[in-house]
Design a protein around this ligand. Structure first.
Ligand SMILES: [Mg+2]
Length: 259
């Protein structure tokens, strides 16, 4: 990570300007859940997002690796954009639901991989296989380092993975592996939202905490916006950001200043 200063409380003088906020959820708005499939709405987060959504100069999009259905439960807030599975599933403020990939195209591939990955983690401590419909994620957050490295590389190198259809990609992270449609990318998602739902003169700001947010940081910066990182020692971000907030609590406070 590049050394970046803390985020000033004057929010770059944006108080009286239109700001489109793109927000990651886990590790950014809320602290990490004990298991990836835990869906526990946080009343403080909901109230904050509602205040931002009601502000005439603010627009909110939440961009997450979680399924759209989970995001809807976590954020039952009207008039915001929700992007699930890294932007594959979108929900607009008008209630329109958009799927940006073809499930019939990806599902047979995932169905082939799933039992193989399941077999790799069978009887092993600390692993969790999450089926998101559009994607399969292998979490090893609570596994021993050696076991995690061994299982994840075996999962990555399965003979069944190749030849890959063009429309599939692997997302690799620390103690984490996911296979998803190639459009599953937070940078793609932000670029798509900015282009499709234009808001003239608005400054885009992206707030996220890990390597999967990095492409989106680049997109907002290329559009004259700002990248804000929430510090996450376990998952370093290696791209340049404008400033760093030390925790989800600090991120909520900073956002509260914009609301
Ligand atoms: Mg995150």
């Amino acid at each position: 990570m590049m050394a970046a200063a803390g985020c000033a409380s004057d929010h770059w003088g944006l108080a009286a300007q239109k700001v489109w906020l793109f927000l990651d959820y886990d590790g950014t708005l809320a602290e990490f859940s004990p298991t990836p499939e835990t869906v526990t709405p946080d009343p403080a987060v909901i109230a904050l997002i509602r205040r931002l959504a009601d502000h005439p100069l603010r627009r909110v999009a939440v961009v997450s690796g979680r399924r759209l259905g989970d995001l809807q439960k976590l954020l039952p807030v009207a008039s915001i954009y929700l992007a699930g599975v890294y932007g594959i599933e979108l929900l607009t403020p008008s209630g329109e639901m958009i799927q940006r990939a073809d499930l019939h195209e990806i599902r047979p591939f995932l169905a082939r991989i799933k039992p193989r990955w399941q077999a790799l983690i069978e009887g092993q401590e600390g692993f969790y296989l999450e089926d998101k419909g559009w994607a399969l994620a292998l979490h090893a957050r609570f596994a021993e380092e050696d076991a995690a490295a061994r299982v994840l590389s075996a999962a990555r190198d399965l003979p069944d993975n190749a030849p890959l259809p063009d429309r599939v990609r692997f997302l690799e992270g620390r103690k984490f592996l996911e296979v998803a449609p190639s459009l599953a990318d937070k940078g793609e998602a932000v670029a798509h939202l900015l282009k499709t739902y234009r808001w003239r003169g608005a400054k885009p700001i992206y707030i996220g905490d890990d390597d999967k947010d990095a492409p989106a940081f680049g997109v907002v910066r290329s559009k004259g916006g700002r990248a804000v990182q929430v510090s996450n020692p376990a998952r370093q971000v290696t791209v340049e950001v404008d400033c760093v907030l030390e925790s989800p609590a600090a991120a909520r406070e900073w956002l509260d200043g914009l609301a």
